[in-house]
Structure formats: C-alpha cells, structure tokens
Design a protein around this ligand. Structure first.
Ligand SMILES: NC(=O)c1ccc[n+]([C@@H]2O[C@H](COP(=O)([O-])OP(=O)(O)OC[C@H]3O[C@@H](n4cnc5c(N)ncnc54)[C@H](OP(=O)(O)O)[C@@H]3O)[C@@H](O)[C@H]2O)c1
Length: 343
C-alpha cells in the first residue's frame, strides 16, 4: 500500500451522498463503510477496502478498537491525508470504547486516535452499555464470570468520561450503541452532553421502530449496523430462527425491478428511511453500488411502504456472551418489558 493515493475516476462525488445534520449542526455523511471483518477478512484486506472506498467517494468510516484493525486502517488514512486529495475535515471517523475500558475511556480514545492517525475523532461511541467482555471469536455459550447487568450509575460514570472527551477536543461528538428505549430515556434524563448518534441494529427485518423514533424525536441520529442483515456473519452468530433480509420476496422483487442486488435495496431503504447505514464489504463492486444507493431517491414511496411491512423483529446480534446469569435468555439484554431488566 505504498503507491500514492488518488481518487477513482469512476467514484461518486461525496456531495451527492445524503447528509445527516446532527444536534451540533455538523453534517455526517449518510452512508458509511463498516470495518468489522469478523474472522472472514484480514486486517490488511479491510484496510485496503477503506483506501479504495475513500477513493470511490466514501467519507464516513465506522471503526472500533475491538475490531483489532485500527492501526492498519490508520496507515491507510495517513496515506490518504498525506496525498492532499482528501482533507481531514472531509472525513467522518467513528470509533468505539470497548467494554473492558469503561473506566479508562480517555486512554482508550487517545489510543484509537493514535492508531487511526487522525488527530481527533468525529464520533466516539460506547460500544455496549455494560462492561462485560469475552475472548474474541468465542462461542455464544461463553460467559464472563465478571459480567454485570446494566447499572445506570455505572454507565453514567462512563458517560461522564465520554463528555470530558468533547470538552478536551478529542472527539467532536459522542454517542451510544446497542441501547434500548428504557436505557436511552435514562441517559437522555441524566446526560450533560446528549448522544449525537445511536448505533443500532437496523435492517428491513429488524426496524426497531420505537427506539428509532425515540432517537429521531430527540435529535439523535440513528446509525444502522448490519444494514444488509449481515448475511455472511459467522455461524456462531446465527440461530435457526434467523431470517435473511436479502432473500425476502419484497426486497427481491424491488431488486429485480431496479436491476440491483437485494443488498443495495436494503441500503437504499436505510438511507431513505433516515438512518445512516454502515454496510461492510471489501469488494469494490459491492461497496461502490452500496454508496450509489445513498445518492437521491432510489426507491419509490410504494417501495418504502412495502418495505415498512416486512419487519420480522429479527434481531441478529443477540449479545448472548454479555448475559450475566446462567440460564438467562438473550432477550434479558434488550429490556423487552419496557424497563431495564433488573439484576
Ligand atoms: N455497534 C455494533 O455493536 C456493531 C455490531 C455489528 C456491526 N457493526 C458495524 O456495522 C458494519 C456492518 O455490519 P455487518 O458487516 O455485520 O453486516 P452487513 O453490512 O449487513 O453485511 C455485510 C455483508 O453483506 C454482503 N454485501 C455487502 N454489500 C453487498 C452488495 N452490494 N451486494 C451483495 N452483497 C453485499 C457482503 O457479503 P460478502 O462478503 O459475502 O460479499 C458483506 O460481508 C460492521 O462492519 C461494523 O462496522 C457494529
């Protein structure tokens, strides 16, 4: 990766991609590139995809320390910025504090900034709202003996450290991820600096209408992860009841009519609904066609209406490994009764 970075002649002008205006007035590119390669792609392959994606017009990159590839992505970002073709302020770089660093938020943020070689972050997220962690790649039956439920006072201690990052200029915005309606209401009540964004699982088969609306009503921009329904996620993250968005007949019919892959319909739906999808792909044809769907009105009002009805409440990232009691069902993590699940 040492040749000089240049913009791709067939790339998409970033000015043509939807933008989200955040509560600070800042604009966030309305489609980003995911960088979680799971165990399918090497860190080098993902960094190469980031470079090519920026050359093709992506300006929003969704990173996280736990993905293990921030130093690789940082080398690429340094080359991009050194080329002068893209300025730092044109990029939107997100990172996330991993669960084992809830008491050391500043050090974790500084490490990500150093690894990514970006000087500051545009958005720093709490990856999960509890400090539970597990060995990378572990089975869904794996449990940490130190796992805890969501304890609001503890989360607010972490959030206070997040707020100090904004004060210190280390990140322009802070936000949450993997939240629920009751947890978000508590944070909205107690935060000094409100979350600018909430990264949440969003795809046609999992639309999370209530949390989505809570975010929009409170000027929190929803960022949608697994926007294509993560069709090639590892088997350990699949259960037999899971449905497949890109095999949905409504998605398929629209894709056929438009002559695109069903994945592109999922991304276009996300952009037009008002969330910011962060689809992952290392393949140029895929990430380019995903970005293209962030360009104006790809789907008709009838398509949007039809897609609003395919929701199957099918959560894919269930979070089993974060459960804190033996024999607990995964839905304890998601406050299904409308209040934070008691310890
Ligand atoms: N905050 C969180 O807790 C959290 C959780 C999960 C994910 N994320 C973020 O969200 C990102 C996206 O989620 P994800 O990677 O799980 O799922 P995803 O974006 O829904 O699905 C990615 C897969 O879809 C396929 N795909 C992508 N574009 C395509 C196209 N145009 N045509 C055909 N197939 C296409 C690719 O499969 P092939 O590789 O087989 O082509 C790719 O691996 C992650 O990378 C990560 O940055 C965040």
């Amino acid at each position: 990766m040492s040749e000089t970075f240049t913009l791709a002649p067939d790339g998409i002008p970033p000015s043509e991609i939807a933008q989200r205006t955040l509560h600070t007035g800042a604009k966030m590119p309305g489609i980003g590139l995911g960088t979680f390669g799971s165990d399918r792609f090497s860190h080098e392959e993902i960094a190469k995809a980031v470079r090519e994606a920026i050359a093709c017009g992506y300006r929003h990159i969704d990173c996280a320390s736990v993905y293990g590839n921030e130093t690789h992505i940082g080398e690429v970002l340094a080359e991009v910025l050194a080329s002068g073709e893209v300025k730092r302020e044109e990029l939107w770089i997100t990172s996330k504090v991993w669960n084992d660093k809830h008491s050391e938020v500043r050090a974790s943020c500084e490490q990500s900034i150093a690894d990514l070689q970006v000087g500051y972050l545009d958005l720093y997220l709490t990856h999960w709202p509890f400090p539970n962690f597990h060995p990378p790649g572990c089975d869904i039956d794996s449990r940490s003996p130190h796992a805890k439920p969501y304890i609001h006072e503890n989360f607010m201690k972490t959030w206070r450290q997040m707020e100090e990052l904004v004060d210190a200029g280390l990140t322009k915005h802070i936000g949450t991820s993997n939240m629920t309606v009751p947890k978000m209401k508590l944070v909205l009540r107690d935060a000094r600096i409100q979350p600018a964004c909430n990264e949440m699982e969003l795809h046609p088969h999992f639309q999370q209408e209530e949390l989505f609306k809570l975010c929009i009503d409170n000027s929190i921009a929803p960022i949608g992860f697994c926007p294509i329904g993560s069709p090639t996620r590892p088997d350990r993250d699949k259960t037999e009841d899971d449905t497949v968005d890109i095999e949905d007949p409504v998605v398929g019919e629209i894709a056929k009519r438009l002559g695109v892959h069903p994945a592109v319909v999922c991304v276009a739906w996300a952009v037009q609904r008002g969330q910011t999808p962060i689809p992952f792909s290392v393949f140029r044809n895929e990430f380019l066609s995903n970005l293209n769907s962030g360009r104006g009105k790809v789907l008709s009002d009838e398509d949007i209406q039809a897609l609003s009805k395919v929701d199957k409440n099918n959560r894919l990232i269930k979070g089993h490994v974060f459960l804190w009691k033996d024999g607990q069902d995964w839905d304890a993590l998601w406050d299904m009764n409308g209040e934070v699940t008691p310890a």
